[in-house]
Design a protein around this ligand. Structure first.
Ligand code: SIN
Length: 335
């Protein structure tokens, strides 16, 4: 065991599970393994070089496959990060997470962590037991970023496959490739390699200590409905019947909405359901559409947020008591 170097930054590693903590019975297997079974101590043991980069404080917050991420766990995670970062004992936080919902957790934290200290999520596409597992190097790189002065005030970051992404823009784009994360059109903020951290641009939208949002109020139910050829109004009507407070449409093209969904949304908005239009396309932005629905129904354009991130922002806005379509649009134009 190396003696910790007292001059190194103190980084909290909060483990939540995922493929980075996954294990298969056979090292040649990169599918069909169980995610979230290896504990944080074992993940750290696999990366002795961490002791040259930071003094690590490790916590096992959860051990899940991130497809099962819950709002309750989001609240626990955000509260723990805020609690750690407000002290003088922790200089930054790294969260190990599954890749499947990493982009949602990252954006939620980007809007609810109240600190300028670095917060970095990382993950892996191959289980820890695999030949050429990508988790150990991703973890080392994430801690290297969190320990680096230039990562302060950048909002929540995602360090993956040598790239550093902004939590707002990053999305998973491949089911199995080790370069599974991209920030479509905009690109990564920077890179990390062999101990070097370089940022090439900054996130301009509001985040972390500048964000007005927190998790003090319960997040209201907001669901996502896709528009596609032959779509029916059944899903929207069913969600409205359950008392949903908001709907995000994963629309075609510029967030456009099938006529049968449009009629159902007209009925939903009359009952006070907030409607945000995003796109299922995967890149590009959604413009306001005037009389087509934004001016007639009071729907809101998600801009460059994908449907899953638009849902996060709409939940936070509604929880903060923001319900007027114009005010929600302003939130989507700001964050
Ligand atoms: C998960 O999201 O927990 C499983 C998939 C992964 O981490 O790649």
């Amino acid at each position: 065991m190396n003696t910790p170097n007292e001059s190194l930054p103190r980084i909290a590693v909060l483990a939540t599970g995922g493929t980075i903590a996954g294990q298969a019975g056979d090292a040649s297997k990169t599918a069909g393994y169980k995610a979230g079974v290896v504990g944080v101590d074992k993940l750290l043991e696999a990366v002795p070089a961490l002791s040259q980069v930071a003094r690590i404080h490790a916590e096992q917050v959860a051990s899940i496959d991130s497809k099962d991420m819950s709002i309750a766990l989001w609240v626990t995670l955000a509260a723990r990060i805020n609690e750690l970062l407000v002290t003088d004992h922790i200089d930054g936080v790294v969260i190990t997470h599954g890749t499947d919902t990493l982009e949602e957790t990252a954006y939620l934290l980007h809007l609810t962590v109240k600190s300028d200290k670095p917060v970095v999520l990382t993950a892996a596409m191959r289980p820890s037991s695999a030949l050429s597992a990508d988790g150990p190097l991703n973890l080392l790189n994430a801690v290297t970023v969190a320990a680096h002065a230039s990562a302060a005030k950048q909002g929540v970051l995602v360090a993956f496959n040598n790239q550093i992404h902004c939590a707002r823009d990053v999305t998973k784009t491949s089911t199995y490739a080790v370069d599974a994360f991209r920030s479509p059109e905009i690109g990564a903020l920077g890179w990390v390699q062999d101990g070097r951290v370089e940022f090439q641009r900054k996130a301009l939208r509001r985040h972390t200590s500048q964000s007005q949002f927190d998790l003090r109020n319960a997040l209201p139910a907001v669901e996502i409905v896709a528009s596609y050829a032959g779509a029916s109004r059944a899903a929207i009507d069913a969600f409205v019947a359950t008392g949903v407070k908001g709907l995000v449409i994963a629309g075609t093209g510029n967030g456009s909405i099938h006529a049968s969904l449009h009629q159902a949304l007209a009925d939903a908005t009359k009952k006070g359901v907030a409607v945000v239009r995003s796109s299922r396309v995967g890149s590009g932005h959604v413009m306001r559409n005037g009389a087509a629905s934004d001016d007639s129904l009071g729907s809101v354009s998600a801009g460059t947020l994908n449907p899953y991130k638009a849902r996060v922002l709409l939940m936070l806005a509604l929880a903060a008591g923001i319900t007027d379509p114009g005010a929600i649009q302003q939130i989507f134009d700001t964050y």
